[in-house]
Design a protein around this ligand. Structure first.
Ligand code: ADP
Length: 168
């Protein structure tokens, strides 16, 4: 049984994250999306909300499960019986930080491999930060996030409410 952990803040889940999850689900027997509880990024959504959004968007993927996680990633990965960590790479700008983190995790536990996956090219410009900014200013984020995430963003305090055109 090949299990992989995909960790992140997912504040909120975007179509870029979902693309990586779908790719991982085709390669591995089991994918655990590990939603970081404590993040220094001052998240818009609570850990419970972020988990619920991932659960809602991945329901059709039978071998994907979502869990909240805290603590040292390598310990968590071993505790899940997983062999690897998935991270997404959008552009060269992601590389330096991700490379450093992957090597540090290997130093902490050399049995845990890090695998990088590139999303579909149309998602390479997508980030949770930009999606939140666009939603806050009343822009249309429906091309960037799953439907349940779009609804949750629209319901958040501080997000400008605008009537969006009906979809064809
Ligand atoms: P973190 O706070 O750990 O960076 P994020 O939720 O921002 O968490 O991202 C989790 C992982 O998903 C990271 O590896 C990040 O590079 C990747 N990722 C974020 N956005 C995209 C995207 N649009 N396409 C592919 N991977 C992405």
């Amino acid at each position: 049984m090949r299990t992989v952990v995909y960790p992140g803040s997912f504040d909120p889940l975007t179509n870029g994250h979902l693309d990586v999850i779908e790719r991982a689900a085709r390669l591995f027997d089991r994918v655990i999306v590990a939603v970081a509880q404590n993040t220094e990024k001052h998240p818009l959504f609570t850990p419970e909300e972020r988990c619920a959004l991932v659960v809602g968007a991945t329901r059709r993927l039978r071998n994907v499960e979502t869990r909240a996680f805290d603590g040292l990633l390598v310990d968590y990965v071993r505790g899940c019986g997983a062999q690897a960590v998935i991270r997404g790479l959008r552009a060269v700008s992601d590389f330096e930080f991700e490379f450093q983190m992957a090597l540090m995790n290997r130093k902490l536990d050399e049995r845990v491999e890090t695998i990088f996956m590139m999303p579909k090219d149309t998602y390479t410009f997508l980030s949770s930060r930009l999606v939140k900014e666009i939603a806050r200013l009343g822009g249309d984020v429906r091309d960037f996030v799953p439907g349940n995430v779009g609804k949750a963003l629209a319901g958040k305090n501080g997000v400008r409410q605008t009537a969006l055109p009906k979809r064809k």
